[in-house]
Design a protein around this ligand. Structure first.
Ligand SMILES: [Zn+2]
Ligand SMILES: [Zn+2]
Length: 270
């Protein structure tokens, strides 16, 4: 199993030491773990520091990789929070570092944070969803320095701010723009992840959900990673068996891992 989305205490919102993450991963039968620490250059109204010390991070990975040789592969990752005002600094950080895997994720649209609900203020459901998917589309087109887009429909986790439930929304209304985003990713050699954090947020699906995974496959998408988005040991590897089933059911024969930002395709056929 490959968990390609994990946050340790190098991320502002996790207290998990990397050593504990490695021990938990081995216990759960994970062969490869990507530490995708947060780098959000633009994060309005946050008291937290959304970046990390690259040198300390690399040192810690090297130390633990030596300790876990033959049992667990540690992947140098980063989750870049996409924002037009942060492109230059984000690019500089990831290009200067030696990262195996770069996730690109939208956490903030304009000046509105999705997580704390600021983004949703004064918006109807349709406006919020349209704004979100257009912002994601623009960022995928305007910023190419990442390998895989993180939790493509993250907004699903936060529709409670719109006083509605995900199951009451007709997500197909947004498929035109989602399809355009997926095509852009495919044509530029990038991919998507299947993020299983939805299950922790009371959703009964992955991010993106099965239908979008199928759409990506139909469009010719090949690059696809799976991740728990764990911020603690309990969530490492969570639901990843189900994620692999989703991939198989959607017609994928491979799951993707990365080395030096180059995709490696690993068979998932039984
Ligand atoms: Zn994220
Ligand atoms: Zn994350």
């Amino acid at each position: 199993m490959f968990d390609y989305h994990v946050h340790t205490d190098f991320s502002a919102d996790s207290n998990m030491p990397m050593a504990e993450a490695c021990a938990a991963a081995v216990k759960k039968g994970i062969r490869e773990i990507a530490f995708t620490e947060h780098l959000d250059v633009i994060y309005p109204d946050s008291e937290l520091q959304w970046d990390f010390d690259y040198d300390d991070y690399i040192r810690e990975i090297a130390t633990l990789q030596a300790e876990y040789r033959g049992r667990l592969v540690l992947v140098r990752g980063v989750e870049v929070g996409l924002h037009p005002s942060g492109y230059e600094a984000s690019c500089k950080f990831t290009e200067q570092g030696r990262f195996d895997f770069v996730l690109g994720s939208v956490h903030v649209v304009d000046d509105g944070d999705l997580h704390d609900g600021a983004f949703f203020q004064g918006k109807t459901c349709k406006e919020a969803l349209t704004d979100y998917f257009i912002a994601l589309n623009e960022q995928v087109k305007n910023y190419r320095h990442f390998n895989v887009v993180g939790h493509l429909d993250l907004i699903k986790r936060y529709v409670r701010y719109l006083n509605c439930q995900s199951r009451d929304i007709n997500w197909k209304d947004y498929y035109d723009i989602i399809e355009d985003t997926l095509k852009e990713l495919i044509h530029t050699g990038r991919g998507i992840e299947v993020n299983m954090s939805g299950y922790r947020y009371g959703l009964d699906c992955s991010l993106p959900d099965f239908d979008v995974i199928c759409l990506y496959r139909q469009l010719g998408g090949e690059i696809i990673t799976v991740g728990s988005d764990a911020h603690n040991t309990a969530n490492i590897g969570l639901k990843l068996d189900e994620a692999m089933d989703l991939l198989r059911r959607a017609g994928f024969k491979y799951v993707t891992t990365f080395r030096e930002q180059k995709p490696i395709f690993r068979s998932i056929e039984r």
